[in-house]
Design a protein around this ligand. Structure first.
Ligand code: FES
Length: 107
């Protein structure tokens, strides 16, 4: 296969307007239209909560709203699915629900 002039065959990604959200007290940038999960992963935040029984780290699993592995607290509202909720400018997100333990550093 030949690539014309060395350009990428992938379509250019058009991002929406930048918004600021706060995650565990830290300000991060996101883009309108992104889900909370996308914004967290893009910011290098991979652990969203701990499991109820073992308190082991949990993150995005299904990415379509069925597994509830990605629950976070948004503007003091508990158990919000990060993969199904779009970011809003000024939104405050808390991760680490259900007392995270046994967390090993993810590299
Ligand atoms: S990753 Fe499964 S509900 Fe969000």
């Amino acid at each position: 296969m030949r690539v014309n002039g060395g350009t990428s065959l992938l379509p250019e990604v058009q991002r929406e307007r930048k918004v600021n959200i706060q995650v565990d007290g830290k300000k991060i940038e996101a883009y309108e239209g992104e889900t909370i999960a996308t914004a967290l992963l893009a910011a290098g935040i991979y652990i969203f909560r701990g499991s109820l029984k073992t308190h082991e780290p949990r993150s995005v699993y299904c990415g379509m709203g069925t597994c509830c592995e990605c629950l976070v607290t948004v503007d003091n509202k508990h158990s919000v699915r990060a993969c199904m909720t779009e970011v809003v400018d000024g939104m405050s997100i808390e991760t680490g629900g259900t007392a995270l333990t046994n967390v090993k550093e993810i590299k």
